[in-house]
Design a protein around this ligand. Structure first.
Ligand code: BGC
Length: 810
């Protein structure tokens, strides 16, 4: 009966001694730890880092003051403060660890403040120029500069690759590729975002004249160009500090001063140029569709496999430096009951404590289906190892994980198959830095590990990439566009009809006292079954349960449930992923955690579990039951505006880290909501865009992370995405929701739409999408029931799952 608290919304602090946990010192400290552990040291020539004790440094760049704690949109968090790089290093100065030049502090701080007052978005400000006097005075203080750069992106728009604005259906800006524009003879605008802006280039160029040593701090939420420092020997160190939440500036200072030894590893490949990612070509071809022509060759699967592409990588997947060294030895490897198992000893042979991430990869025979040259199978992170200390980590995975999906029937249609031939295994500390193991697994015959049925067949994907970089054509079937009622052709009319407005209409349907009716509590107490309870709800009550309900308390993303007559509480939802999001006007501060990509770069499940549990406590304390996190989409392209909310280019990392997050959240009896299911890898026109991909790419890449989360962590809710998948809206997609998610993976939670989808409510119900947020269309459901397009059993099924979710909460 713990769920009953949602009826009363108690304002009780959940911390020790009656203190609030939301935004508490303890949570903020955890946020700082997670941030320090997710930072990736990309470069450290001459071991310039950590800074010598008492080192004098000059902070250059407006980003020393303008710290971006996370991305924008629903993933933003209202916090009591944000510590920038300058603040963080000044704390270290007070501990006598560094000496920070103050001469530019006011200049940058005032500049940033003025720009924001003029209405510039964070990090959309232009890098200011320094005068000669400023350069000279700074250089007199120290020969070492720490150059800070930041980037911002958010929901509903994609990042700029260059360079000319257009408007999409969402009213958001899109940008044409530079080459395309040049070919068209069009003007090319200044650089920025993925690349350095001209002003930043100028800062970096000029800094070389004045400073012997230069260290770069990157406060970014997604991949940016790395060639300018990778290729420049005079830039000695680069710390990928990500968007580290409210204590990101201090966490970076922890690393610079060796209070924390970096142990973060990339969860994405940093290639030489944007054009090196196969997803770049065609990203902006249309705002109405994206063709996933690179198929399963996403991220390192592409760079490792396609001939000639490995040379295009600056920093590989899994890579990250440490201040210490580790000796890695494989102690034992075996195949036992269809599992590959190995024990690896990791010994710290340096002079400072540190952690290491051990990665296990496999390569399957190319066979007839074609395979990535390497795929991540498992990973483990050591605990903090003191110098000379050793830990043995165990890595294991089921052999079946190496199967590939045959979607066109080259061997056995619609099945996962391990092709005959040799399977090799590798242990290492990045996808490139690996050692092959002795064990070779040999299959004499093809092994069909799982037979499934054809789902999500592509209908308009003309071709897909093969392992040699060539393409095969796919058989495509044209399909009939669904005729939708006029209101759905003009979707803006649907947006923003708040549940409050609909709820008012509904008041007339309800009486005030209902003594004779069964209550949800009767189900919870075992007095009646859920089925009996549902039989006691009339059709109107049932359809009302399938849509969002008005906000109460501090919620701003609406709720579910809300039927007083039957004692169904109104349970609120809130965003995620970077923290519990409450609007500033509520006057409540919560903890801003590091952005999702950064959490993944910790490769530390236990830490992520702790973050999940701490975040969920804040959710509960604020009387919210459903947290709209984690974001599970794949980093298909560096240009996706929401990559900061997602974990990785690799589904195993995304799935494992996502599962840890869900376990942490649900340990507090708060529902986690992995989102956006699925193939939501572009923000421009996201409510209409059609993601065109093969069934194999869907299953092996874009759905795989969700599959791992469902199977490992049993999330109580899943959020479908706005986009279409091969011509069908994700939320209307029966194959996705009923056949794959529930049928194949055994998901028994509740499915919600993303907020204000353009899909039709009754089709969503039919597909098994239980609840339409932020607001349902009960009238439409009733009409469709009457006309026989919708069946009452379908409605009851969804209602049941909504109610079951409520009973799981606290
Ligand atoms: C976003 C979701 C978010 C929801 C509620 C949508 O626009 O895509 O990620 O959870 O809004 O704020």
């Amino acid at each position: 009966m713990r769920w009953l608290r949602h009826r009363y919304q108690p304002c009780s602090p959940l911390g020790k001694d009656g203190r609030r946990v939301s935004g508490s010192a303890e949570h903020i400290e955890l946020s700082r730890q997670a941030a320090a552990e997710g930072m990736v040291l990309l470069k450290n020539k001459n071991s310039i880092l950590p800074l010598e004790n008492g080192k004098r440094i000059v902070l250059l760049g407006k980003a020393s003051e303008e710290y971006i704690k996370g991305g924008g949109g629903s993933g933003d968090v209202t916090v009591s403060y944000v510590r920038n790089f300058y603040d963080g290093l000044k704390i270290k100065e007070s501990e006598n660890k560094v000496q920070v030049y103050n001469g530019l502090h006011n200049f940058y701080a005032d500049y940033v403040r003025r720009q924001h007052e003029e209405g510039k978005e964070p990090a959309m400000t232009v890098e200011p120029e320094l005068s000669r006097e400023q350069w000279v005075s700074a250089a007199c203080f120290s020969d070492t500069a720490v150059i800070c750069l930041c980037r911002f992106s958010g929901e509903g728009w994609d990042r700029r690759c260059a360079l000319e604005k257009e408007f999409s259906m969402d009213g958001c800006e899109t940008w044409e590729g530079e080459d395309a524009l040049r070919k068209m003879g069009r003007q090319v605008f200044p650089k920025g975002d993925f690349y350095l802006s001209e002003e930043e280039e100028n800062l970096i160029r000029t800094s070389e004249k004045y400073f012997k040593h230069r260290i770069i701090l990157l406060n970014i939420g997604g991949i940016m160009d790395s060639s300018w420092f990778y290729e420049d020997d005079s830039i000695e160190a680069v710390l990928l500090a990500w968007q580290g939440g409210m204590e990101g500036g201090l966490a970076a200072a922890d690393i610079l001063c060796a209070d924390v030894n970096p142990s973060g590893k990339l969860t994405d490949t940093f290639a030489k140029r944007l054009e090196d990612y196969p997803s770049t070509e065609g990203f902006h071809d249309s705002s109405f569709y994206v063709e996933y022509k690179e198929d399963i060759y996403v991220g390192y699967r592409y760079f490792e496999t396609i001939p000639g592409k490995r040379e295009r990588v600056n920093y590989p997947f899994g890579y990250g430096l440490s201040y210490t060294k580790f000796d890695i030895r494989v102690l034992q490897e075996e195949i036992l009951q269809d599992r590959f198992i190995c024990y690896v000893s990791v010994k710290n042979t340096g002079s400072i404590s540190g952690k290491e991430v051990i990665q296990l990869y496999y390569s399957a025979p190319a066979g007839r289906l074609g395979k990535p040259a390497k795929e991540l199978a498992a990973f483990e992170k050591t605990k903090l190892l003191m110098p000379c200390k050793e830990e043995v980590v165990k890595l294991e995975f089921p052999l079946e994980q190496m199967a590939s999906y045959d979607d066109t029937g080259k061997i056995c249609k619609s099945a996962y198959i391990m092709e005959k031939g040799q399977y090799h295994f590798y242990i290492g500390t990045s996808v490139e830095d690996v050692e092959e193991l002795k064990t070779v697994y040999y299959l004499k015959e093809d092994w069909v590990t799982e037979r499934l049925a054809e789902r999500l067949k592509p209908r308009k994907l003309s071709k897909r990439m093969l392992a040699d970089g060539s393409y095969e054509t796919l058989e495509c079937s044209e399909y009939e566009e669904i005729k939708r009622p006029a209101v759905f052709e003009h979707p803006s009319e649907l947006e923003g009809i708040a549940p409050e407005v609909r709820y008012e209409k509904r008041q007339t349907l309800q009486e005030r006292f209902y003594p004779k009716y069964k209550e949800l509590a009767d189900v919870a107490q075992g007095g009646i079954s859920m089925e009996e309870f549902i039989e006691g709800l009339n059709t109107e009550e049932l359809v009302w349960l399938l849509g969002g309900q008005p906000c109460t308390g501090v919620a701003n993303t609406f709720g579910i449930g809300n039927n007083k007559k039957h004692g169904i509480p109104s349970v609120m939802t809130a965003d995620g992923p970077a923290g519990l999001r409450i609007l500033p006007e509520c006057g409540i501060y919560t903890t801003a955690w590091p952005c999702a990509t950064m959490l993944a770069c910790t490769w530390n499940r236990e830490l992520v579990r702790k973050v999940g549990a701490a975040g969920a406590k804040e959710v509960k304390e604020n009387n919210i039951g459903i947290w709209l996190t984690p974001g599970m989409n794949i980093h298909r392209s560096p240009l996706c505006g929401r990559n900061f909310e997602y974990y990785s280019e690799d589904p195993v990392v995304a799935g494992e880290i996502g599962a840890a997050m869900v376990q942490g959240i649900q340990s507090q009896n708060i529902a986690a909501t992995p989102k956006h299911f699925a193939a939501n890898n572009k923000e421009t026109n996201r409510k209409h865009s059609d993601s065109r991909l093969s069934e194999r790419a869907a299953r092996e890449i874009y759905l795989k992370g969700f599959e791992i989360v469902v199977k490992k962590a049993d999330p109580w809710m899943i959020m479908t995405s706005y986009n279409m998948i091969n011509g069908t809206y994700a939320s209307e997609n029966k194959e996705l929701l009923s056949d794959i998610l529930r049928g194949e993976w055994g998901f028994h939670g509740t499915v919600t739409t993303d907020w204000w989808t353009r899909a039709e409510h009754y089709r969503e119900v039919k597909a098994g999408n239980d609840i339409k947020m932020a607001n349902g269309y009960p009238e439409q459901l009733l009409e469709n029931l009457e006309q026989g397009r919708l069946n009452i059993l379908e409605v009851k099924q969804c209602a049941k799952r909504v109610l079951e979710l409520i009973l799981k909460l606290e």
